[in-house]
Design a protein around this ligand. Structure first.
Ligand SMILES: O=C(O)CNC(=O)[C@H](CS)NC(=O)CCC(=O)C(=O)O
Length: 305
């Protein structure tokens, strides 16, 4: 299902072999979830748990959930009340789920207890297959946006932004952790690729219907192409409550920019799978060595106003 055709690159003037780079592991099966979270921690956990078990039995080793997987409030400030530290009972349950299903989990957009009682962090948590939290990333770019169609979001009202870029090694390559609106800031992804050597970019999201229809796929494919990384983007989909609806289309993209798995917007709950093969990352990068062609730093410094 997910074999990218190297023949596509072969037409280009280059002599080096596209075969696997030294050390790259065999392909690993990954899954991307789509779901419609609601304002009920137990109901969302039940959905996540069911999907994790199904995915595990179809050979998935790494399952990626969307932003606000565990809870989505219907009223302002509701999520502040359920926010917890990463060692609290909500995350503990998901750690157990990872261990029971022997799978790594990417849990994007957890309401982590913030620096004071009126703020949370929007945190992407990575759990390994023994149930240990390996890494966490606090969303840097907050969604303070007036969406066409009269929806006004002000994420910064209850959320404190993170300030640290996070990449972490895993059996599925070096993962770059991001969340949702971060997707619109390519400099974060450039930093993940060229400074932190990411090979797989994770973008758990709850995009709005309007902005998702207009921008979602093209932004994700652009990030994959310009970083030569796999991109795994789990999406919330459908109506969460009377006021809020998300744009589905959970997607996995290979480092050539080809969509290798996806779930349509109309499908509210499920997962799609693909094989992440790190030798493909190396093959694309060898054929088109953009890391050697970058001139940004010097051009930026010398450019005049
Ligand atoms: O507030 C919550 O419940 C969780 N956070 C979110 O859903 C966030 C902030 S409101 N949503 C986005 O970043 C959408 C971005 C988007 O749609 C775009 O960039 O177009």
């Amino acid at each position: 299902r997910s074999r990218v055709s190297l023949a596509r690159c072969r037409g280009m003037a280059s002599s080096s072999s596209p075969s696997a780079a030294a050390g790259a592991s065999a392909a690993a099966r990954v899954g991307v979830v789509q779901m419609t979270s609601v304002g009920d921690l137990d109901a969302n956990y039940a959905t996540c748990s069911r999907l994790a078990k199904e995915a595990a039995s179809s050979g998935v080793k790494f399952l990626c959930f969307p932003e606000v997987f565990s809870f989505i409030g219907s009223k302002d400030g509701e999520s502040i009340k359920i926010a917890e530290p990463l060692d609290g009972p909500i995350m503990q349950r998901y750690c157990s789920l990872a261990k029971e299903s022997s799978m790594w989990l990417s849990l994007g957009g957890f309401q982590e207890k913030g620096p004071d009682d009126s703020h949370q962090y929007n945190t992407h948590v990575l759990i390994d297959d023994s149930g240990e939290i390996r890494s966490s990333y606090r969303k840097i770019h907050l969604f303070d946006v007036d969406v066409p169609g009269n929806m006004v979001y002000k994420e910064s009202r209850f959320t404190t932004a993170g300030d640290t870029v996070v990449a972490v090694d895993s059996p599925f390559g070096r993962l770059g952790l991001t969340v949702c609106y971060d997707l619109r800031f390519p400099e974060l992804y450039q930093c993940l690729r060229f400074k932190h050597q990411a090979q797989v970019l994770l973008v758990p999201s709850a995009f709005t219907k309007v902005t998702g229809e207009a921008h979602w796929e093209i932004l994700l494919r652009a990030r994959a192409i310009e970083t030569q990384c796999y991109v795994i983007a789990a999406a919330q989909a459908g109506k969460h409550n009377e006021k809020r609806e998300s744009y589905g289309d959970s997607i996995i993209i290979d480092p050539w920019g080809t969509v290798i798995a996806r779930l349509p917007d109309r499908l509210s709950t499920g997962f799609a799978v693909a094989d992440v093969d790190l030798s493909k990352v190396e093959a694309v990068r060898t054929k088109m060595p953009i890391s050697e062609h970058r001139k940004f730093d010097s051009v930026w410094k010398t450019s005049s106003l």
